[in-house]
Design a binder for this molecule. Sequence first.
Ligand code: ADP
Length: 796
Amino acid sequence: MDMSLPSEELERYRFVDRLDDAIRDLTLPQDLCDAATRILRQHLAADWCAWIPADDHGNTPGAAFARLARRGIACAVDNVGDMGEIAAGADAGALLAACRERGLRAFLCAPAAAGWQGAACMMVGQAAPRRWQAHELRLATAAAERCARALGHARTALELRGAEERIRASHDYLRLLIDSGEEGFYSVDRDGATVMCNAAFLKMLGFAREEDAVGRKLHGLIHHSHPDGSHYAVCDCPIYQAARDGVPAHVKDEMFYRLDGTGFPVEYRARPVWHNGELQGAVCTFSDLTERRRTEQALRQSEAHLASVYAQTGAGISETDLGGQLFRMNDRFCDITGRSREALLETRMHDITHPDDLVHSVAVFERSIDSGVPCELEKRYVRPDGSVVWVNNTMCPVSSVQGGPVDSMMVVSVDISERKRAEEALRQADRRKDEFLAMLAHELRNPMAPIRAAADMIGLAHLDPERLRRTSQIISRQVRHMTGLVDDLLDVSRVTRGLVGLDKADLDVKQVIAHAMEQVRPLVEEKRHHLTVDLDAARAHVLGDQKRLVQVLTNLLNNAAKYTPAGGSIHLTMRVSHAQVSLHVADNGIGIPANLQPRIFDLFTQAERSPDRSQGGLGIGLALVKALVELHGGTVRSESAGPGAGSDFIVTLPRVAEREADDAPQAGQDPALAAADRRRILVVDDNVDAAQMLGMFLEVAGHVVVIEHDAQAALARAASGVADVCILDIGLPEIDGYELAQRLRAQPGTAGLLLIALTGYGQEHDRQQALRAGFDHFLVKPVDAATVLALVSEAR
Ligand code: ADP
């Protein structure tokens, strides 16, 4: 059998070989087409050869060939002018136009086997009619198929390269993502060997390169432990458990250790990695908590600091919403407003504001919120008990978001009540000072008028001696009055400045009372007051300055007499307790208005007076009383139910108890006088008050007194032997003092009594008459207390 190939076959093989060699290494489709068409054209000695791709759908001249090829028809046209039989079903017109355009008169169309886009074809053309051979058509078809296959491979290779590049880019991007995070990231396989890790991991754990970690079991290189530093058994490690057993973990507080052994706090998550239902290992992401811990610690410290400032500051701090509703406050704010925290949490700031301050307070509050600017405001809060507290409020609008709108108001309140009171006191003191100066001017001018009138009188030529005497008396009385005022002023200034030294001695308060009563007697008598005295029988000794304590009591009694309308009652009580002696001066006079009571002992304080200031005084008596009593270690206070209700003044002094035995009251015996010095005295005066005043004074001094108001009764009383001494007023009705004395001297039982005359008439002849009538002594009213006591003590 002839095994040799026919020559056309051989030629085709050679041609195909040559074609394969030429296009094998070409990767770009265009290069490939160019090479294939060039070789085919040369081989067939054709004028034109082109590769018509299957996707040439448009109206290009090649599209007509492509449409032919898609039908899978290989054809050879020897002369395009005679295309009748092959053109059946094909678009002969379009084919003809395509050939004309390329100047072809004959062509071959060899389609390749149809691919996914349809069939492409190899076209060969000749400028002149050509009689195509069958093997030439087979050759062109073989070339078309080779070309189509090679193009398919080239395209696949291109796509593969593109896909590779995309995969690499996406891998690089992923890597970038992983490395750009601040969290450490690494993955381990099921045995715990590191698969990959990111830059943060390397940096945080101290690795220089990824290769140093990859493939190694981390437990061999670095450690992690519980927050307290105690180590895990490897089997308990949450990262291993995730990798080996598929158990995810979120650990919030742990220590990781670097390669150099130093530790840092971390939070981490370990997540198992599954693929097709198979556990591959785990990924672990972790954050270094050092900075967060530091910030948290700083925040905690700052919060603690703030809380302690909040709690311990002397200022009240509160916070309200924009409607003024309180929602936070410190203890001091509760103190200031006098309310519990629970009560305040139910309260609006405006509800506790004093009604008179409300409008202004709300306006400032709202202005501060609108402008976002802090404001200061002085206002009053009203406490539940009705008392008022003054505060200085600094209002600070607060925004919970920096730069955001105001959403609450922080208020810092400082209690300024004390300052406000001081300011008010200062204002009042200033006003009282002005009033005092006006009054002082008035008081000093008052005596000037009579002095001046007297001076004018003396200037008159003929002034009889009696007028001259009365004028001189007026001048000295007024000068005495002015001197008294000035002395008082100097005295109070010395006492209140502590410049007065006390001449202290063991004193019997009853003596003090006796002297004071003696001093007020003229005024009490003048105003026809009823003065009663109630003395505790117990020993009443204090350590004090007699002159000053008499001054204290005199002041109180004088005031009682001054500020009680004529014919009033004044009651002096002395009580003794274990540690104190108290003196109580009560009157039923004009009383003290409530607004005056708190400052009645202040200097220059006086109640409203009638314009003529008939009572006199400079408002310094009680200030002196207080200063002097306090110098004695005592207290003084006043009580009055108000105008017209009378007044009480109570002085207490520390008592000196010499011996226990002395403390017991001794019946029938006045402790002030020894029995031998005590006298029984009959006082006779038709002026009831005068008689009582004298009687009380003598009683206070320790004597036993009986009083009578007319001569008959006195005679009878004296005859009954009740008296050692008789003090007789001369101006008695019916039987006058002279006659009474004579009758007493005439009666045997009374002849030996000590008789003392008491009269308003002080002429020498009056005195002589008294002595003739049988009196032992003659005294002119007002009598000096010491003189009476001295004379009384003469009686046997
Ligand atoms: P002065 O009597 O010189 O005004 P004081 O200091 O003694 O000064 O008294 C101060 C004021 O206290 C008096 O002006 C008077 O208004 C009031 N006062 C003092 N004692 C009494 C009293 N017994 N009854 C009513 N008011 C009194």
